[in-house]
Design a protein around this ligand. Structure first.
Ligand code: AHG
Ligand code: MN
Ligand code: MN
Length: 314
């Protein structure tokens, strides 16, 4: 007797990439990172919460989890056979793997974004930006893929290779299976995430936030870039900002490791990402540790932000 499996066909990450006719080496790379996330989950749940006793290239004290997550991913990428160069928020410079090989991929990543939230048990994530070839210092519009893994009450993975943006959930076997395909932002922003100190906002940003509040947009801010962006994507609308501040003209978030991959994903969902004046993905980085202000999410709301800044700050 044939037992017909009544559960819906679960499409796993590798199968989805294959059915999207994705490059085999890019598929391998994305799946390697997905596999690495399983070790990061274990590290988050059981690892040390203390300081590593070192600091990153931004002078920020590193947590043991930052360093451990970084090592887990670097080890997987180093042995993947498809990586030319890599750089992470936690390494001070570009790590050559097969540095002159333009047939491979180069990867910029934030191994554990929001790591300071682990000790208060809030959601954190891994953010990854992928370029074809050896050059990591190029505009974000040249990315061939971007992804993030969100370690929350559920573990989810979102990726795009330029053919839409798709969400996967981790099942009981620790496989990533498809939840949503080709997610698109729709309608006005109903939530907003205001990063940075409000007292340091410039007049244009202050005017923008007042407009949002008057329109009944609800404040939703966790302090973790990955869950805050994920909320905009899964709610199909919203705006996240970490603007230029009176004492930080470039804001706080890092172009290569945080802004470019999230801007790529949100644009693939029909949204927009701006530094307040220009498209994030058009910024040409001259160094790996460049920071930029960011307004990212529903396109019309990003446009409103740019307009407020033009009106108030020229
Ligand atoms: P990271 O933990 O990788 O250093 O990133 C933290 C970032 C980002 O997750 C979040 O949007 C931002 O820091 C929050 O900054 P504030 O604590 O200044 O709000
Ligand atoms: Mn980060
Ligand atoms: Mn980080």
């Amino acid at each position: 007797m044939t037992v017909v499996d009544s559960t819906p066909l679960q499409i796993d990450l590798r199968r989805h990439l294959r059915e999207c006719d994705e490059d085999r080496d890019l598929t391998r790379l994305i799946c390697e990172i997905a596999d690495a996330s399983k070790y990061i989950i274990h590290a988050i749940r059981t690892g040390e919460l203390g300081m590593a006793g070192t600091s990153n290239l931004y002078g920020e004290q590193q947590l043991a989890l930052d360093v451990l997550s970084d090592r887990i991913i670097i080890k997987r990428l180093r042995h993947s056979g498809v990586v030319a160069n890599l750089v992470s928020e936690e390494t001070s410079e570009i790590v050559p793997i097969d540095p002159e090989n333009d047939d491979k991929f180069s990867v910029a990543f934030d191994p554990l974004d929001g790591s300071s939230l682990v000790d208060v048990n809030l959601a954190v994530g891994t953010i990854v930006s992928i370029y074809k070839g050896r050059n990591l210092l190029q505009a974000g519009r040249n990315q061939v893929a971007a992804m993030y893994i969100l370690y929350g009450p559920r573990t989810t993975l979102v990726y795009s290779t330029g053919k839409g943006v798709h969400e996967f959930g981790m099942n009981s076997l620790m496989e990533y299976t498809l939840n949503y395909e080709n997610m698109r932002l729709a309608g006005p922003a109903r939530i907003y995430s205001p990063g940075g100190l409000r007292s340091k906002y410039t007049p244009g940003t202050e005017k923008f936030v007042r407009n949002l509040e008057v329109n009944g947009t609800k404040l939703r801010y966790s302090g973790g870039f990955v869950p805050d962006i994920n909320q905009v994507l899964i709610k199909r609308g919203g705006i996240f900002m970490y603007p230029h501040l009176a004492d930080a003209p470039n804001g706080k978030l890092r172009l290569l490791f945080e802004l470019n991959p999230m801007a790529y994903l949100i644009e693939q969902a029909g949204g927009a990402a701006s530094d307040g004046r220009r498209r994030i993905l058009d910024i040409e980085p001259d160094c790996v540790d460049l920071c930029a202000p960011v307004f990212i999410g529903t396109q019309e709301t990003v446009t409103m932000a740019e307009q407020c800044l033009r009106e108030e700050e020229g």
